[in-house]
Design a binder for this molecule. Structure first.
Ligand code: ADP
Length: 633
């Protein structure tokens, strides 16, 4: 024990994590090596960045290399680099605690999906700890690039604590990780095994890797190679290396641009979009290189957030190597590259949508939810509109998708608007009374299943010359001019003049019963099979907008709407008879409240169903009584 030695307990969450890793039965323990090599590579990238920026660096001229050594007999393996190194405080901060917020989530995920543990480990940036899947003891020796920092030695068995002290013997800048393998992990000190792990997981590391002094990798910047010389297989491997995804990508986009600005981009769209739901949304971005030198991992200014599912690399000759990350956004060359990358992705998607609609549908299913948020990208709004997809009344099933372009190509002569209606799913929307008029007129209606759909419509304003309109708005006059496709087979007798008068009194009575709940009660021109429905006033919130607001916990209550009554419905006719006989019959308010709440229920805005249920039971009780009586039972 030296004087400056210190023993520290691991933080509780680290202990929990270590406990899982140490006792893990996961088959892919080998990924510990991938994690250590990638940490070394990061440390070298960071050093190079400091060096380019002109920072003063200890041991300036050491090579940018990663060394792996092993001793089969002693069952040890050592990974070392001359990267940025760590000071004592940095080791305590980086290795003894888990700073990142995702740990809890990581542990939950790990418990849920054991098979994917190796992927999750890398994604959550707790890679170093994975070494304790194979190690009974680990020593880290590190010397920071910062001048006058002493070399530090850190030791732990990965159980509860670690020791830290200053090193007595001298050390060059960088980090050496010495691993004493557990008895059941001795295979990781065999040359062949190490070689094959490195080939599998680390072949795209951009620094030379030496195994017992023998260089074992060739460094290729795949994105700089001519497209024709690269096999999809190589793209897939690179994608997996980059993303920690186990699957091949859904799409690969490789472009080389020469004018007006030179840059290469290699972009991937993953097959599955799982991470966004549990990972930091901050995790997205593209790796930015300048002349093959990594400037920044996951740069977020290269792609807009609505494309955050895209992974990949951008490399340019035209940016200065010593560009600072903070000023990137003010650099006009960088901004041009960034908007060009966005354009590449949009054009690629447009082409795919046109030439391979089934593939585009797959993309939409996986990434559409995030992609839709592109309604804020005003520069690209026209392209964006062409990439949106919806289900519609013209679709054969709930899974079919259609575009605005296809919708407009099917429009009726004289139709000036694109109609939509929101609902939870296709069968719910198809029951919606608001659709009855559209069916009669043969006018297609887009179905919005995602609350966000309606939210983005106002930003789109128009598609070509066509305005968007919700099928539940008040003003549907434009439909009057269109011919019916379904013959009016209504054989209901016309009301006499007197009865017509009584009907308008009934409407006033209904308004009196509902009071402030509705703005007016009117005869419906749109209903065919339903007795009544609620209509949004043109300046009010539509029903699904109310739902969104409620979901985001904003107090909205039910916004007062127009209540439409179908004059020819048998129920209305019966109600009218009762009304004529006795305008104050209790049956009237009961029925009106029932109709009103059913309309609220249908549009998903009935917050408390109790009264509806009580009334329904009473009505059933009475009608069953009448039924028994008529049957003489
Ligand atoms: P991640 O690499 O995802 O951040 P790790 O648990 O693998 O997570 O490493 C934690 C931190 O320890 C790193 O972010 C880095 O700051 C530091 N570190 C690990 N290995 C090295 C190394 N070889 N050289 C310098 N710093 C390192």
């Amino acid at each position: 024990m030296t004087a400056n030695q210190n023993t520290f307990e691991f933080k509780a969450e680290v202990k929990k994590l270590l406990d899982i890793l140490v006792h893990s039965l996961y088959t892919s323990k080998e990924i510990f090596l991938r994690e250590l090599v990638s940490n070394s590579s990061d440390a070298l990238d960071k050093l190079r960045f400091q060096s380019i920026s002109g920072t003063e660096i200890t041991d300036k001229d050491l090579p940018y290399e990663i060394h792996i050594d092993f001793d089969e007999k002693a069952a040890t393996i050592t990974v070392s680099d001359h990267g940025i190194g760590m000071t004592r405080d940095e080791i305590i901060l980086n290795i003894g605690t888990i700073a990142k917020s995702g740990t809890e989530e990581f542990l939950r995920q790990l418990a849920e999906s054991k098979s994917e543990a190796n992927n999750i480990i890398g994604k959550f940036g707790i890679g170093f700890y994975s070494v304790f899947m194979v190690a009974k003891q680990v020593t880290i020796k590190s010397k920071s690039y910062k001048p006058d920092e002493p070399a530090i030695i850190w030791k732990s068995d990965g159980l509860a604590s670690y020791e830290i002290s200053e090193m007595e013997e001298p050390m060059q800048r960088g980090t050496i990780i010495e691993i004493h393998l557990k008895d059941d992990a001795k295979e990781f000190a065999e040359k062949f095994r190490i070689q094959s792990i490195l080939k599998k997981h680390s072949s795209f590391i951009s620094f030379p890797i030496f195994l017992q002094k023998e260089k074992i990798n060739t460094i290729t910047a795949l994105w700089r190679e001519p497209k024709s010389s690269i096999k999809q297989e190589q793209y897939n491997e690179f994608y997996k290396f980059l993303s920690y995804d186990m699957d091949d990508p859904m799409f690969t986009l490789h472009k080389s641009v020469d004018a007006p600005i030179q840059f290469n981009s290699l972009l991937f769209i993953p097959k599955k979009n799982v991470e966004m739901f549990w990972m930091n949304r901050d995790e997205y971005g593209l790796d930015l290189y300048v002349r093959r030198v990594l400037i920044q991992h996951k740069n977020k200014d290269l792609i807009p957030e609505y494309m955050s599912f895209v992974r990949g690399v951008v490399d340019s000759e035209d940016l200065p190597l010593n560009i600072s990350r903070e000023t990137l956004q003010e650099n006009s060359v960088f901004m041009k590259i960034s908007s060009s990358v966005t354009g590449q992705i949009l054009n690629f998607l447009l082409e795919t949508a046109k030439n391979e609609p089934e593939k585009y549908a797959e993309f939409w299913k996986e990434h559409g939810k995030i992609f839709k948020l592109g309604y804020t990208d005003f520069t690209n709004l026209e392209k964006f509109k062409d990439l949106l997809r919806f289900n519609s009344s013209a679709s054969e099933s709930g899974n079919d998708l259609t575009s605005f372009e296809e919708y407009t190509s099917r429009m009726k002569e004289g139709q000036k608007e694109i109609f939509y209606l929101s609902g939870n799913n296709r069968s719910a929307i198809e029951l919606d009374p608001h659709l009855e008029l559209f069916k009669k007129k043969g006018v297609e209606v887009l179905y919005f299943f995602d609350p966000v759909d309606e939210f983005i419509i106002p930003s789109l304003r128009k598609y070509k010359d066509f305005e968007f309109k919700s099928a539940d708005t008040k003003d549907l006059k434009s439909l009057d001019k269109l011919e019916d496709v379904i013959e009016d087979d209504d054989t209901t007798e016309k009301l006499s003049k007197d009865d017509e008068k009584q009907f308008s009194s009934l409407l006033s009575k209904i308004k009196a019963i509902l009071g402030e709940k509705v703005t007016e009660v009117v005869e419906s021109k749109r209903l065919k099979d339903s007795p009544s429905c609620l209509i949004s006033a043109d300046d009010g919130f539509s029903s699904s907008m109310q739902k969104i607001l409620r979901m985001t916990h904003q107090e909205v209550g039910a916004t007062a709407k127009i209540f439409e009554i179908n004059k020819n419905h048998p129920l209305t006719r019966n109600l009218l008879k009762v009304f004529i006989a006795d305008a104050n019959d209790d049956f009237i308010p009961q029925t009106v409240m029932q109709l009103y709440e059913i309309s609220l229920l249908l549009e998903g805005n009935l917050t408390d169903p109790h009264e509806l249920v009580t009334r329904t039971n009473k009505i059933l009780e009475k009608s069953s009584g009448w039924y028994v009586a008529t049957k003489n039972l």
